[in-house]
Design a protein around this ligand. Structure first.
Ligand code: NAD
Ligand code: LMR
Length: 323
């Protein structure tokens, strides 16, 4: 029987506590295959991981093949098909995600080195730990044997937030909304873009909002949603983040009929630097990720793209010694 191995780092943390159970109960893999789950966390968190392992067992998931808990990078990454890099410090009230750069960058450097030495060439790496785009850049630099297109950073949470806020505004069901993309960095400079959006079975939806709603409400609301959650919850989003990682992984495995957004490194499309992980409009199938480079970028959009690119270049400059 076919088996997929999924590694989750930060497995004793908040996001993982939701993510592991979504993956094992969900339907990412359409075949009858089983899932081996490898859970990595620091040595001090191994007791917690033991508890998580028991809880997984207690769910009696039919899809579960086996569980490995470990603090050893090689055990976690070797032979894995999907490596979900969640383990990193989260921000707290008043911080920007970039404030985590120096704390978290070393984790990604060290893990990148071991991933580079031990993973399969076909492994897919998804970076979630913040600041996710620049951490993905660090991973990419330390995994010269892994094709760059196998590394993506999470923007699905932003895309889901944007869809949900837009759906409430125009009172249309989420599944009818297509081509709503988010460009750039997973940060307060990201650009959720309504210029190409279509709503199935609705021709007059654009009369329900105007340009000031887009620039004064919609864009800042999506950009700052993570901070808003921290303000209310006292800690950063976890269940919604896990749900977005689940969606992202499902799209990597199966493809998507809609336009998607993920952080990738690419060759200067839309005049964006090829030295940063940037979220573009993407067409994704089960074996390729392609930028939709025919998308028209207006002057209004171009300004947002520049701001978020500038921030990513600054982040890269801060950690350049680790590259
Ligand atoms: P958490 O503090 O609850 O858990 C983090 C876990 O990572 C802890 O168990 C910790 O021990 C572990 N860890 C630390 N160093 C590690 C290492 N070297 N190897 C393996 N594990 C290690 O945090 P959380 O709420 O689960 O969030 C995790 C990260 O995800 C944070 O950086 C957060 O900002 C980020 N995040 C990203 C998005 C996104 O959309 N990209 C969304 C939400 C949260
Ligand atoms: C989010 O967007 O919710 C996460 O990146 C956590 C954060 O720090 O905002």
């Amino acid at each position: 029987m076919k088996k997929h191995t999924v590694t989750i780092t930060g497995a004793a943390g908040n996001i993982a506590y939701s993510l592991i159970f979504r993956i094992l109960s969900g339907n990412i893999f359409k075949d009858e295959s089983k899932i081996q789950i490898k859970l990595l966390d620091i040595p001090e968190a191994q007791e917690i991981l033991k508890g998580v392992k028991y809880e997984i067992e207690d769910c009696a998931f039919e899809r579960l093949d086996s569980i490995i808990i470990t603090s050893d990078y090689e055990t976690a990454f070797g032979d894995s098909d999907f490596i979900l890099l969640v383990g990193a410090k989260p921000r707290t009230k008043g911080m920007q995600r970039a404030d985590l750069l120096l704390d978290n960058a070393n984790i990604f450097k060290e893990q990148g080195k071991v991933i580079g030495q031990s993973c399969k060439k076909s492994s897919k790496v998804i970076v979630v730990g913040n600041p996710a785009n620049t951490n993905a850049l660090i991973i990419n630099k330390h995994t010269p044997n892994l094709p760059s297109e196998n590394i993506t950073s999470l923007m699905k949470l932003d895309q889901n937030r944007a869809k949900s806020i837009f759906s409430s505004k125009i009172k249309a069901p989420i599944e009818k909304i297509k081509k709503l993309i988010v460009w750039g960095n997973h940060s307060a400079t990201q650009y959720p873009d309504l210029s190409n959006v279509s709503v199935q079975d609705s021709n007059d939806f654009s009369s329900l909002y105007d340009s000031s709603w887009i620039s004064e409400t919609f864009i800042p609301r999506v950009q700052n949603r993570g901070a808003e959650i921290i303000e209310f919850r006292g800690k950063s989003s976890a269940a919604s983040a896990a749900s977005a990682v689940y969606d992202h992984l499902k799209i990597i495995v199966n493809g998507s009929k809609d336009w998607e957004s993920m952080g990738i490194i690419s060759n200067n499309p839309f005049n964006i630097s090829s030295e940063v992980f940037f979220s573009y409009p993407l067409h994704i199938t089960n074996d390729s990720i392609k930028i939709i480079d025919s998308v028209h970028v207006s002057e209004f959009s171009r300004n947002y793209l520049k701001q978020t690119e500038t921030e990513l270049i600054k982040e890269r400059d801060i950690i350049k010694d680790l590259l």
